[in-house]
Design a protein around this ligand. Structure first.
Ligand SMILES: [Zn+2]
Length: 138
């Protein structure tokens, strides 16, 4: 796993560490402002609504739908070329925040706007796990 992974690995910052500790345990955590209760993603140092720095973590359901997407077919960094074609998407979580991710475990041509998706975790190294989304089986 560790030796084989050639693609960029996210850099953990003090304010995003909780998110990455969550994915490591296959939990999707998003920040929640303890003052105004706003749900926040991506991880930040302060609430974008009320500027409070009193932020906590809440586990998201992992349910989302496809807000927008593109199918990557060419012109990507060489390290990502073996993955082509793949779907780069912004999904809207049930909790109301948007997340940039990939849609996996399906033919890229099957992806549609508003499609129901659910989180799935990929352990890319011993320390890092990435959240991706796959279509909800009907
Ligand atoms: Zn707030």
């Amino acid at each position: 796993m560790s030796e084989a992974y050639q693609k960029p690995i996210p850099i953990m910052q003090p304010w995003s560490e909780g998110f990455w500790k969550g994915t490591k345990e296959h939990k999707l955590l998003i920040q929640e402002c303890n003052e105004c209760k706003k749900k926040i993603f991506y991880p930040r140092k302060a609430c974008p609504k009320c500027w409070s720095s009193d932020l906590g973590w809440a586990e998201a359901s992992g349910k989302a739908n496809v807000y927008t997407y593109t199918i990557m077919k060419d012109m990507v960094e060489a390290k990502f070329a073996p993955d082509l074609p793949y779907v780069l998407a912004i999904v809207r979580l049930e909790e109301g925040v948007n997340m940039m991710t990939r849609i996996v475990e399906c033919d890229p041509e099957e992806v549609t706007f508003d499609m129901d998706v659910e989180v799935v975790f990929e352990d890319i190294t011993d320390e890092c796990t990435l959240p991706f989304f796959r279509p909800v089986k009907r």
